[in-house]
Design a protein around this ligand. Sequence first.
Ligand SMILES: CCC1=C(C)/C(=C/C2=NC(=C\c3[nH]c(/C=C4\NC(=O)[C@H](C)[C@H]4CC)c(C)c3CCC(=O)O)/C(CCC(=O)O)=C2C)NC1=O
Length: 169
Amino acid sequence: MQDAVTSLIQTYDVTGRYLDRDAMDQLQSYFASGTARVEAATMINANAAAIVKEAGRQLFDEQPELIRPGGNAYTTRHYSACLRDMDYYLRYATYAIVAGDTDVLDERVLEGLRETYNSLGVPIAPTVRGIEIMKEMIKQMMEEADISDTSFIDQPFDHMNRELSEKDI
Ligand SMILES: CCC1=C(C)/C(=C/C2=NC(=C\c3[nH]c(/C=C4\NC(=O)[C@H](C)[C@H]4CC)c(C)c3CCC(=O)O)/C(CCC(=O)O)=C2C)NC1=O
């Protein structure tokens, strides 16, 4: 598992280079965003259950066919599996926010996920929408808490959605 610092060091070590200007810029930007990253993770942790519940409500509002007979989130078991997945995405996103790197998502969340979803008939487009809704909710909470630079919030959510959408069948 990598974070912003270890992945940078690895890149330079592979070619036996000292950290250059470009590396220092990257490090500086990671450290400068450190406090805001920790604040964001703290805020998400304190509201995780509510975020998942509200994002689920919004998703099923937009796409009610998901929870109707024949929909993939129909039945209590499927409904809870869906919200549990949303909770996974949210929790791992907080790890990636703190790490400043999406490697943890590749390793622990995305590996084999599309195949699993495809084999179970879990629809990917609404999953992507669910992740997007959580991202929007969090960015809004951050803005309300006067954390102005929320760009690092996008990274993990966009990464998951990009990877999930890729080669969608
Ligand atoms: C931490 C990494 C990790 C992830 C990401 C993960 C996902 C994951 N979601 C699953 C199922 C599922 N996922 C969903 C999700 C949804 N259905 C919908 O219609 C919605 C669009 C969506 C919610 C947004 C559902 C309904 C199932 C159950 C499908 C079934 O059993 O047929 C399964 C199959 C096994 C199981 O049911 O537990 C896995 C492995 N598991 C993991 O360990």
